[in-house]
Design a protein around this ligand. Sequence first.
Ligand SMILES: [Ca+2]
Length: 367
Amino acid sequence: MQTLSKMHSYILIVLFILIQFCSCNEPDNQFQIILPSNLQVQITIDKADVNIIATAENVNFYSFVYEYNNGTSITNESNDGLSTNTFSETGSYIIKTKAHTNYNSFIEHIDTIDIDLEVDSSVGFNSPLSYPGYTLVWQDEFNGNSLSSDWTLETGTGNWGWGNNELQYYTTQNHTIADGMLKITAKEQNIGASAYTSTRIKTEGLKSFQYGRIDIRAKLPKGKGLWPALWMLGENISSVGWPACGEIDIMEMVGGTGTNDRTVHGTIHWDENGHQFFGSSNALSSGTYWDEFHVFSIIWDNQSIKWYRDDVLYNTADITPANLSEFHEQFFLIFNVAVGGNWPGNPDASTVFPQYMYVDYIRVFQP
Ligand SMILES: [Ca+2]
C-alpha cells in the first residue's frame, strides 16, 4: 500500500509539473514582449530641415512624432530609422523618437529642438537713408555680431516687474546681432521667480536726442501677453524720476489674436499733478506685425511729436503747453520685449513661445 501510495504521489507530482508547464510557461512564451534597447538618436538641423538617424537593438520599426506648438503633431514611420521633416515657422518643437516591437510596445527618446528660420529682411516697408533738410546724426544698422558700445543691457526684474507687474526676467542672453538685425527672444524659461526671459537694451548715458526724425524698422512678436516696445525716456530720469522725465513710446504693441497682433500704439507720458498720457493707435488692414517688417517713426520738433507707421501719420501730440516741458529735453532709447503685465495681461494657452522681435535699423535724423 505504501509503495502504491508513493507511486501515486510521483504521478501526481509529474502531472502537477506538466500542468504547471501547460498553464504557465507556454502562454508566457507566446506573449512575452522583448522591447528594443539601446535607442540612439542623432538629430541634424539645417535651417528648416530636420534629419534624424535612429538606431536600436531588437527593433522592428521606428516612429517619429513631431509636435507643433499649436497642439498638432505629425508622425512618420520608417523601418530604417531615418526621418526628415521641414518646419515652416521659427520656434521650439518636441520630437519623440520611438523604437517599436509593435505599435503599442516601444521605447522612446524625447528631444526639444529650436528651429531658427532665416528672416528675410527685404520683405516689408523700407525707409530712405536721407530726407531733405535733415542730417543723419546716428544710426545702428545692427551689422556686426554684437551690440555696439552705444547700448547697454538692463537685466533682472526691475521694481514691481519694471513698474508694470511684468513677468519676464531680462538676461544678457536673449538677444543676437546677426544677418544685419538685432533679434530679441522672449521665451519660457525659469530664472528665480520668473517664468519667462527676454532682453531689454537702452542708450541711457550714451546716446540721447532732443528733437528729430527717428525711423525704426522692425518685425514684431505676436500672441497674448507679448509686449514689444521701441521707446524713449528722458535722460534726467535718475534725478527727477518717472513720469516727470517724460516718456515717448515710438511703438508699443500688446499682442493677441484679433486686432491686437496688428495694432501698434504711439503714446507720450508726462507729469502734470500726477501721471498723464496721450496716444493713438494704428492697425494693419490684415495680417500681423510678425508677417513682415514695418517702419515706426516719430517726427519731433519744438511744436509737436508725430507718429508714423510706414510713413503714414496716425497720431500728433501738441507739446507747446508749458506743462509738457518734459518733451523739450534729451531722451534716450529703449528696445525690449516684455511678457505679461498690467496692460497686455498674462500669456494664455494660445500664446506660442519663443517669440521674437527683429530690428533691422534705427536712424536718427536732425534738421
Ligand atoms: Ca540692418
